[in-house]
Ligand binder design. Structure first.
Ligand SMILES: [Zn+2]
Ligand SMILES: [Zn+2]
Ligand SMILES: [Zn+2]
Length: 181
């Protein structure tokens, strides 16, 4: 969509949050954006959907549907798996969460109000996932696919490795890395 061109921070925004960042702020921001987006679109952010979104945002580690179900049941909800899947589907449709295909788990999207191509960086040491802009990779993949007469239905970009902090630890540095936000 046209919005893609207006991204100002480009390729290197966010990445991994600092270990000791105030995560409640991430959660509050995510819930605030969800509320206003759903209102704008006339989509119903029911209390269950909102709670599921909150659970996905529990941390920057992807969360599985089963974990969400367990937590809902601990909350006293008599939720069944289809309830959770439907809520997750709604949140995905609204761009509020993404599914990490290789982990079959979900993460919250920090940019639900922008049309974007997700590129996920998955740290295999601390399990955190960061989302960066994959627009250039998408363009290259589209060109290659078109050259082969192939129509892309879905493109998943998931990279596994070590985040800067875990990588620094790996190399013997005791200094935790200060991630730019
Ligand atoms: Zn956070
Ligand atoms: Zn996203
Ligand atoms: Zn890490």
């Amino acid at each position: 969509m046209a919005k893609m061109a207006t991204q100002t921070e480009g390729q290197t925004r966010s990445a991994f949050p600092h270990r000791h960042h105030n995560h409640q702020r991430c959660v509050d921001q995510a819930l605030g954006k969800a509320l206003s987006l759903c209102e704008e679109r006339g989509a119903r952010l029911t209390s269950l959907r909102r709670r599921v979104l909150e659970l996905v945002w529990r941390s920057h580690e992807p969360v599985g549907a089963y974990d969400i179900l367990e937590q809902l049941q601990r909350d006293g909800h008599r939720a069944a798996p289809p309830t959770v899947y439907r809520a997750l589907e709604f949140l995905r449709d609204q761009g509020l969460v993404h599914r990490i295909e290789s982990l079959n788990a979900f993460v919250g999207c920090p940019y639900p109000d922008e049309s974007h191509v997700s590129q996920f960086l998955i740290c295999t040491a601390c399990s955190e996932v960061a989302e960066i802009d994959g627009t250039k990779i998408r363009a290259a993949a589209s060109r290659n696919a078109a050259a082969a007469g192939f129509a892309i239905d879905r493109l998943t970009i998931e990279l596994r490795g070590l985040c800067a902090r875990c990588n620094a630890h790996d190399q013997g540095s005791s200094e935790p890395h200060d991630h730019a936000r």
